[in-house]
Write a protein that binds this ligand. Structure first.
Ligand SMILES: Nc1ncnc2c1ncn2[C@@H]1O[C@H](COP(=O)(O)OP(=O)(O)OP(=O)(O)O)[C@@H](O)[C@H]1O
Length: 659
């Protein structure tokens, strides 16, 4: 369960208990149900001091790892989103899940989650029943040799049924509403709490709708993702990047989804923080200039063909190999998958409990070229925490078609080339008098039409001798007498193309909760003593300052040490309560505080201070300045604990100073 690898860490062999972790997280106010004193609302949580700091530190690491290291263009776009934008992106029509209701109580369930939960529970029951039947190697104390022993067989499910359940689960994200209804009938699935039948699945849109302004005429939604804010600003971003691709924009912000039935704590909530990257790339060249630096990183991959065979076997493959074999579609996608792996493991996710699962063809949007989810194993199973998709030219194309604004890259060609184009010609002498004050706006609208819109206008001119042009929010009928649109061969000096988009999309709450599960363990000498082994980079507080006595002599020393740590940007906290030193350390182990410094009488007389490491509870001693410097380097990741042990001598002083 835990992070520490040092053999001196005294971990318990107890199995992970979610209830104990959850009680710690609520008790220490990592997070808590929102509006709790009013009874709370499902799927809404408030983060308290350690949870907020942990999230801020994860986001800070994310900014450094992606925005700063990859020189991305940062954005902060509005949460309230115009409905037209989300209509164009497909969210108004398709951002839906299938919902069923308990036929008697009206309790709602997300249909795919209901099927998944019930089948998983049945398979678990089956495994337990078969567990007793397995051939086990047992020690026979009367004989030197191991002896095989078969216990009584108690098979719960038929093998055929098990295979059917497993293959359904492997494809659970891909079923339509009608198919889910059929599965519910075929597998005789009922509401788990009551045993009542459930209704047929109906579609439910997950967006919270609203209206903008007092008239109620401008419809809006709380955004369900941050991505659209990147696409609608594409031309400005491109301009900011001097007209060149590839480049990436990045945004951290809140998103909202009116989830049907949020039941798994922070993993499925109705308001959450996302961090999204949109990497814009030439569709003809998806190589990545830094791919060489990541190509040897080994990843645990679950490709689509394995899943379509109803299996979940993971292959460990270097990302370079995965791209060259075609398993991962292109270098840029492979690059981001590797960078996601590096980020997640940097903040403390256990690499053995992290896998990248490829979407199957029917799970992916029709326009997507390839898509891999970073899934983290938790007590709730494998959870999608980051989606990483090659979305081709879909987003920019649909916004361009809808608005008539070109969202393209113009690349000067070394050699001119002859191409077939649809070109609009305006008879200006007749056009001006015909449209008077509006003429300029209509002309601009015609000249900025995308290829698809030009083709549509050309067809209209041919069919009804006039094309409908939108300018300044009005529609104008422009007749063939003043506008001609024809296919023409032209000499091109510039290549114009819609870039493709590769989108890594992070759900910060899911990552944060998974990290807390991976970091949680109990000390072997006292199972009630829990520890969160959060790495110093993300730990809410990096260093605890513990004065051994409330004696007035200690006050100036405490002020001095906390001042020194503050000056170095190290988040620290003084615990000068009356609790025993062991208790004070134990409280901070629960908060994941990696280091503690103790001020004792030797600090007053000799200016020394001890340094305790959370996981091992080992202590070192040095002068105040030496210890502060070591803490600083440990927190920056410039020094390991083993190196610190070489720098400072071990402390073997009074017993009550050690936890
Ligand atoms: N309701 C939610 N609560 C918390 N995080 C979420 C939620 N929905 C999505 N996310 C996070 O946002 C990321 C990107 O969103 P995306 O649209 O790809 O998720 P999704 O495929 O709809 O997720 P799911 O299938 O689990 O509903 C996810 O990988 C996840 O980490």
């Amino acid at each position: 369960m835990s992070q520490p690898t040092d053999s001196s860490v005294n971990k318990t062999a107890h199995a992970f208990e979610r209830a104990s972790l959850e009680s710690l997280l609520i008790r220490r106010f990592f997070f808590a149900p929102a509006f709790e004193i009013y009874g709370g609302v499902k799927g809404l949580y408030d983060y308290g001091p350690p949870g907020s700091s942990l999230q801020a530190n994860i986001l800070d690491t994310w900014r450094k790892h992606f925005i700063i290291e990859e020189e991305m263009l940062e954005l902060d776009t509005t949460i309230m989103t115009l409905s037209d934008v989300l209509k164009t992106s497909g969210h108004v029509d398709k951002f839906t899940d299938w919902m069923v209701k308990d036929s008697k109580t009206n309790e709602v369930y997300r249909a795919d989650h209901l099927v998944e939960g019930v089948l998983e529970a049945r398979l678990k029951g089956d495994k337990e029943a078969r567990g007793v039947a397995e051939v086990q190697e047992v020690e026979d104390p009367t004989q030197k040799k191991k002896k095989k022993k078969v216990k009584s067989v108690a098979v719960k499910l038929d093998d055929k049924v098990v295979a059917e359940y497993e293959s359904t689960l492997a494809k659970i994200d891909n079923y339509t509403g009608a198919e889910l209804g059929q599965l519910i009938r075929d597998f005789k699935i009922v509401a788990p709490e009551t045993g009542n039948e459930v209704t047929e699945p109906v579609e439910f849109n997950l967006m919270f709708d609203s209206s903008i302004g007092p008239t109620g005429q401008i419809k809006g939604y709380l955004r369900p993702e941050t991505a659209q804010g990147h696409f609608v600003n594409f031309n400005r971003l491109l301009d900011f990047n001097n007209g060149r691709v590839p480049f990436a924009s990045a945004q951290i912000g809140r998103s909202f989804r009116n989830e049907i039935s949020p039941r798994s704590g922070l993993l499925r909530v109705r308001e959450f923080t996302m961090a999204e990257i949109e990497h814009f790339v030439d569709p003809l060249d998806k190589s990545h200039e830094r791919f060489e630096a990541v190509k040897d990183i080994k990843l645990r991959l679950l490709p689509k063909d394995v899943q379509s065979a109803g299996k979940t076997d993971i292959s460990e493959v270097a990302v370079g190999e995965a791209v060259s074999s075609g398993m991962v579609d292109n270098e840029t996608l492979g690059f981001f998958i590797a960078r996601i792996y590096l980020f997640l493991t940097k903040i403390g996710i256990n690499p053995q409990r992290l896998r990248f699962r490829q979407h199957m063809a029917n799970e992916m949007a029709h326009y997507a070229a390839d898509c891999w989810d970073a899934e983290i194993e938790t007590s709730y199973g494998w959870i999608e925490c980051v989606g990483c998709a090659d979305r081709s030219a879909y987003d920019l194309t649909v916004h361009s078609v809808k608005t008539g604004n070109k969202l393209v890259v113009r690349q000067p060609l070394k050699e001119p080339r002859i191409v077939d184009k649809i070109v609009a010609t305006i008879d200006k002498k007749a056009f001006g008098p015909m449209f008077k004050r509006e003429a300029k706006a209509i002309e601009d609208a015609i000249l900025s039409l995308s290829d698809e819109c030009l083709k549509k206008a050309m067809d209209e001119l041919n069919d009804k001798q006039a094309a409908t042009i939108e300018a300044n929010g009005q529609k104008y009928e422009v007749p063939v007498s003043v506008l001609q649109i024809k296919p023409t061969q032209i000499k091109e000096m510039v290549r114009e193309f819609v870039p493709n988009v590769i989108e890594p999309s992070f759900g910060i709450g899911r990552i944060l909760y998974s990290l807390l599960e991976h970091s949680y363990w109990n000390r072997a000498d006292d199972v009630n003593r829990a520890v969160l082994s959060l790495p110093p980079t993300v730990a809410p507080i990096k260093c605890l300052i513990v004065p051994l006595s409330s004696n007035a002599e200690f006050k100036p020393l405490v002020t001095k040490v906390s001042g020194k740590l503050r000056a170095l940007g190290i988040a620290s906290r003084v615990d000068d309560s009356n609790a025993s030193i062991g208790k004070r350390y134990a409280r901070n182990d629960e908060l994941g505080t990696p280091f503690g410094v103790t001020l004792d009488f030797a600090s007053v007389s000799k200016g020394t201070m001890t340094l305790r490491e959370r996981d091992t509870t080992l202590q070192l001693i040095g002068t105040i300045d030496e210890v502060v410097q070591v803490v600083y380097e440990l927190c920056r990741g410039d020094l390991s604990w083993t190196e610190a042990q070489q720098r400072l001598p071990a402390y073997s002083g009074e017993q009550d100073a050690s936890a």
